[in-house]
Design a protein around this ligand. Structure first.
Ligand SMILES: [Zn+2]
Length: 340
């Protein structure tokens, strides 16, 4: 079967090789798989996380609210991707992927994380206590510290330092959908009730919307409400939820889609259009393709499937191929079922 498939692909002119709407981090080739959340999701029923907010920063955000955003974002990368698959009517085809995305997953915040090996952390926060816990993913909210590490004011994911666990450094968290006390975005206060009735309704239910998503088991309407609500906090830059969700995409193993250079493997020439490219976008079909290929890659599984972004584009073991006609695509997919 495999040989027939390979010959068919060879017949296709090079111009039909299309752009993948996703890409994987090149670090996957260099790092132990367990440093990536995609691997943790395959192997474990719990993802642990740690939210670190130094005392000096606690006036701006609080651990409980950031923790809620992190849990919501993790649900969107798992349960939320499953909803996209159901919505596309492809549950049967993606049964094995759904089993992973929908399994009972505990999201466990660790109250005390080991920060002793984080570069210069003790210099910035000498009062920080040394603890022994290490989370699968650590979030540090500190504009001065993140700016120091990256050399500019931004938020980023870091997996390259072997001394530290993978972590997400958050510098820009001015606008958070779940505020410390006030649930409304700044613009709400500045301009009053200039929102539509639906938007006002969503804004007054922001906290409960995020709480619902954080628990998992939500429906499509609740998922839409989440992203519509979040967008209301993005009038002047990305919301904290968008930033956390984007950076978590890296933690699973996905790469940025806005950079010009494309990885040679597990990506193609043109970028996707979803959250990994543009922080104003929700998780999209690009990220669905990305997550399926990541899970297959970490599981060592081969699969041919039609892209969730374009039914004429097939993804073959992580590489995207555009096929001449639907019929040809159908023929190939019938010959090569996804392998167990
Ligand atoms: Zn990024």
């Amino acid at each position: 079967m495999k040989r027939i498939f390979a010959s068919l692909l060879l017949l296709l002119p090079a111009s039909f090789l299309a752009a993948a709407p996703y890409s994987h981090l090149s670090d996957i080739n260099q790092m132990p798989p367990t440093r990536f959340l995609a691997q943790r999701l395959l192997q474990e029923d719990t993802i642990t996380f740690c939210v670190v907010i130094p005392e000096e920063e606690k006036e701006r955000v609080c651990v409980e609210n950031v923790s809620l955003l992190v849990q919501s974002a993790l649900r969107e990368w798992t349960y939320g991707i499953a909803l996209h698959i159901y919505q596309a009517g492809r549950a049967e085809e993606m049964q094995d992927i759904l089993q992973i995305l929908e399994k009972p997953l505990t999201l466990q915040p660790l109250p005390q994380c080991n920060l002793s090996n984080f570069p210069d952390f003790a210099h910035y926060y000498p009062q920080a206590n040394a603890h022994s816990q290490t989370a699968d993913i650590t979030f540090i909210l500190s504009a001065p510290y993140c700016t120091h590490l990256s050399g500019r004011y931004n938020s980023f994911f870091d997996i390259g330092n072997q001394q530290t666990p993978p972590f997400i450094c958050l510098a820009d968290y001015e606008e958070s959908p779940v505020q410390k006390e006030d649930p409304a975005p700044q613009i709400y206060k500045q301009f009053g009730f200039s929102f539509s009735e639906e938007e006002r309704f969503l804004l007054t239910h922001t906290a409960s919307t995020f709480a619902q998503i954080a628990r998992g088991n939500y429906n499509l309407q609740q998922q839409r409400n989440l992203w519509t609500t979040n967008r209301l906090f993005e009038y002047d830059g990305h919301s904290l939820f968008s930033i956390i969700t984007h950076e978590l995409g890296h933690a699973f193993g996905l790469a940025d889609e806005y950079v010009k250079s494309r990885p040679e493997e597990y990506a193609s020439r043109k970028p996707g259009q979803g959250l990994m490219r543009d922080g104003y976008q929700p998780i999209s079909c690009d990220e669905v393709d990305g997550m399926i290929t990541l899970l297959d890659r970490f599981a060592g599984k081969q699969r041919t499937f039609a892209s969730f972004c374009s039914e004429n584009t097939y993804i073959v073991n992580g590489t995207e191929k555009k096929l001449l006609a639907k019929e040809l695509a159908k023929q190939i997919s019938q010959q090569i079922p996804a392998q167990e």
